[in-house]
Design a protein around this ligand. Structure first.
Ligand code: PLP
Length: 404
C-alpha cells in the first residue's frame, strides 16, 4: 500500500478545514471519491451522454454497452453467477425496500415472520416495519451480547415454521462487529429460509463471494465504496428474483404494455423502471476497478492495523467507553468519554479539522439496547493514516481537558 500515492488520488484529502489539514474519519457515512471516478462521470457527460437501452443511435448504444460492462464488473466483484442477478438501485436503502416489498408480496402472508437483529440500520428495520403494517407480517429481533455480537443461540430459538427471511447486516455501522454470516446462512438454509446480507459496511473492506457465502440477497451502496452517490446494488439469486414481482412500474421494466394488461421484461430490467443513473453506474464500475487494483486483501490488512492502533490509543484515555468490543471487527470505533455529550465532542473535533460522526447513526433501537442516545464514531478507510489517528486521539484528549 503506497498511501501517499493513494492519497494523491483523492484531492479532497489535501484540503483544509478551519485552516487545519482535514482528517476525514467519517467513511462509514460516505467515502471520498478518487479522481478517476469523478473524471469518469465528467467524461460520460461530455462524450457519451444518451439514454440507455432505448436508442438505436451510436451514443445510446455506447452508453448502454458501458453500463452493462459495469454490471459485469459488479458481478465479478462479488462473484455472482450471472450478471442478470445484479440490479442497479439508488443504494442500500432502496435495495432493501425493493426486496421487502417484492419478496413479501410474493411470499408472505399475515402472521409470517422476518428475522432481523438489534444492531440493524434503520434501512433494515423500517423497510420491514412497512410490510408489518401493509401485510401483517411480524418482525423478530436477534439480541446482542455485551461485546456487541449476535446471539446465534437466541437466533435459532426465533426461527419458526413461519419464518420467511432473515435479513442481517454483515458489519455493524456502529459497533464494527463482523457478523458470522456464514453460520447464519448455514443455519437459515438448514431451515429452508433465505438470507439477505446488508453489505453496506463490508463490501469496501473485505472480499465477498456471494456464491461461496450462498446468500440469497446482498445489498450495498456505491457512495460507501468510493463510487458516486445515488447508485447502489441489489444482488439476488436468479431463482428468487424470477419469482418476485416488479417493485416499480414504468419504462424499461416492461415487455409489452396494453390497456388490457402488461407483461414484464426479463431480469434484471424487470426491477429497473425508468431511466437509471447510468453515468453513476458506469462510474461505480470505475470505483470497483480502482479498489481491485489496490486489492481488498491489502486493504483489509492495512485497515485492521489502523483499527487496532486507533482502539489501543483511544483506550488509554481515562473514562472512555468503546461500544463494540468483539474480536471480529472492521473499520469502526464508536465511543463516549465520561459525561461529554457526543455532539459536543463532534463539534469540537470538527473545529480542529477532524470529521467524525456523532449521534445514533440511524440505529436508534441499538442505542436503546446500549442505554445511550448516541456515540462519537470514527470510521476508517484505506487512505487514512496513523497520523490521522494521532490527530483524532490528541483532539479527543484536548476536548477532555476542556471539560476538565
Ligand atoms: N445499512 C448500513 C449497515 C449502513 O451503514 C447504511 C448507511 O450508513 C445503510 C444501510 C443505508 O445506506 P444508504 O443510505 O446508502 O442507502
Amino acid at each position: 500500500m503506497n498511501i501517499e500515492k493513494i492519497r494523491a488520488d483523492f484531492p479532497i484529502l489535501s484540503s483544509f478545514v478551519y485552516d487545519k489539514p482535514l482528517v476525514y474519519l467519517d467513511n462509514g457515512a460516505t467515502t471520498q471519491k478518487p479522481r478517476c471516478v469523478v473524471e469518469e462521470l465528467e467524461n460520460i457527460y461530455y462524450t457519451t451522454n444518451a439514454n440507455v437501452h432505448r436508442g438505436v443511435h451510436y451514443l445510446s448504444q455506447r452508453a448502454t454497452d458501458l453500463a452493462e460492462e459495469a454490471r459485469v464488473t459488479v458481478q465479478h466483484f462479488i462473484n455472482a453467477e450471472h450478471s442478470r442477478e445484479i440490479v442497479f438501485t439508488k443504494g442500500t436503502t432502496e435495495s432493501i425496500n425493493l426486496v421487502a416489498h417484492s419478496f413479501c408480496s410474493q411470499f408472505c402472508n399475515k402472521g409470517d415472520e422476518i428475522i432481523i437483529s438489534e444492531m440493524e440500520h434503520h434501512a433494515n428495520i423500517v423497510s420491514w416495519q412497512l410490510q408489518e403494517s401493509i401485510r401483517g407480517i411480524t418482525l423478530k429481533v436477534i439480541p446482542i451480547n455485551d461485546k456487541g455480537e449476535l446471539d446465534l443461540e437466541e437466533m435459532k430459538k426465533l426461527i419458526s415454521p413461519k419464518t420467511r427471511l432473515i435479513s442481517i447486516m454483515h458489519v455493524s455501522n456502529v459497533l464494527g462487529t463482523i457478523n458470522p454470516i456464514e453460520d447464519i446462512i448455514e443455519i437459515a438454509h438448514r431451515n429452508d429460509i433465505p438470507v439477505l446480507v446488508d453489505a453496506a459496511q463490508s463490501v469496501q473492506h473485505m472480499e465477498i463471494d456471494v456464491q461461496k457465502l450462498d446468500c440469497d440477497f446482498l445489498v450495498f451502496s456505491g457512495h460507501k465504496i468510493y463510487g458516486p452517490n445515488g447508485v447502489g446494488v441489489l444482488y439476488g439469486k436468479e431463482k428468487w428474483l424470477n419469482q418476485m414481482p416488479p417493485y416499480q412500474g414504468g419504462g424499461e421494466m416492461i415487455s409489452q404494455v396494453s390497456f388490457k394488461g402488461t407483461t414484464f421484461n426479463e431480469l434484471p430490467f424487470k426491477f429497473e423502471a425508468g431511466t437509471p443513473d447510468y453515468p453513476g453506474v458506469i462510474a461505480l464500475g470505475t470505483a470497483i476497478n480502482y479498489i481491485k487494483k489496490i486489492g481488498l486483501d491489502s486493504i483489509k490488512v492495512y485497515e485492521d492495523e489502523l483499527l487496532q492502533y486507533c482502539t489501543d490509543k483511544l483506550m488509554q484515555i481515562e473514562g472512555i467507553r468503546i461500544f463494540g468490543t468483539s474480536d471480529k471487527k472492521s473499520s469502526v470505533v464508536s465511543f463516549l468519554v465520561g459525561n461529554i455529550h457526543h455532539y459536543d465532542m463532534g463539534m469540537l473535533l470538527d473545529k480542529m479539522g477532524i470529521a467524525v460522526r456523532t449521534g445514533h447513526h440511524c440505529a436508534q433501537p441499538l442505542m436503546d439496547v446500549l442505554g445511550i442516545e448516541g456515540t462519537v464514531r470514527a470510521s476508517i478507510a484505506f487512505y487514512n493514516t496513523k497520523e490521522d489517528i494521532d490527530r483524532l486521539v490528541d483532539g479527543v484528549k484536548r476536548v477532555v481537558a476542556m471539560f476538565g
